[in-house]
Ligand binder design. Structure first.
Ligand code: CA
Length: 227
């Protein structure tokens, strides 16, 4: 369900008609208070929010939504005639996920809505997140993103990456990594670690440099410049 807060009936009806024609459920509201009443009963999947409104500015509506726990993460696209760079920055700073300047085409609006819904439904909650540089690990989901792209890792690659990143800055010998990741003393097989580090770096692409070789010692995770 998509909600739209827009005081101009012409634009509101045009957008609602377009969304429904493309198979989305949508409801429109003319004033912030009407939207708030509806939100008490149902939180939509996404909100299209006009900037210039009666009663209250769209930015102020957005700030209140972001301040309430149940709508803190509600995906919001701001729609506005004010399309200067400053307005755009203000809109995004106040917590809008995206921003579209009027006049906009229906096709563009729908593709932005779909992109935002995809982005927000794929992303696990921020609280469960370990970040190093452009690398993001979500332990509860066993998922790794490098520069926003999901990376498929084997179990051992994942375990090693998580271990190194959790202990970033700390250097581990190959033997200690074998013990930590494989769970027992595997002495003489330390090449196993090198092989896993190599494939891990390849899969991480430009984030591969975050796994650093410390010559003569072992490996560490860090976002400082490696030599
Ligand atoms: Ca308006």
């Amino acid at each position: 369900m998509i909600y739209m807060l827009e005081d101009e009936a012409g634009i509101r009806n045009f957008v609602l008609y377009g969304l429904r024609s493309s198979g989305m459920e949508a409801e429109g509201f003319e004033t912030p208070s009407a939207l708030r009443d509806a939100m008490k009963k149902n939180i939509p999947d996404l909100l299209l929010l006009d900037r210039m409104l009666p009663e209250e500015d769209g930015l102020s509506v957005l700030k209140k939504l972001r301040g309430a726990p149940e709508t803190r993460k509600l995906p919001v696209i701001m729609l506005t005639a004010k399309d200067t760079e400053l307005d755009k920055v203000e809109g995004l700073d106040s917590g809008a996920d995206d921003y579209i300047a009027k006049p906009f085409g229906m096709m563009e609006l729908i593709s932005r809505i779909k992109a935002l819904l995809r982005r927000t439904s794929d992303m696990p909650p921020e609280s469960d997140r370990i970040v190093l540089g452009e690398l993001c690990i979500y332990p509860s989901k066993h998922e790794v993103f490098a520069e926003g792209e999901k990376v498929a890792l084997t179990l051992k690659e994942y375990d090693m990456l998580l271990f190194l990143v959790k202990n970033k800055g700390e250097v581990f010998s190959r033997d200690s990594l074998l013990r930590e990741i494989w769970g027992y003393d595997f002495s003489g097989e330390s090449r196993t670690v090198d092989v896993h580090v190599r494939t891990l770096r390849q899969k991480l692409g430009s984030c591969g440099v975050l796994i650093q070789t410390i010559r003569g010692v072992g490996y560490k995770a860090g976002d400082d410049v490696s030599d």
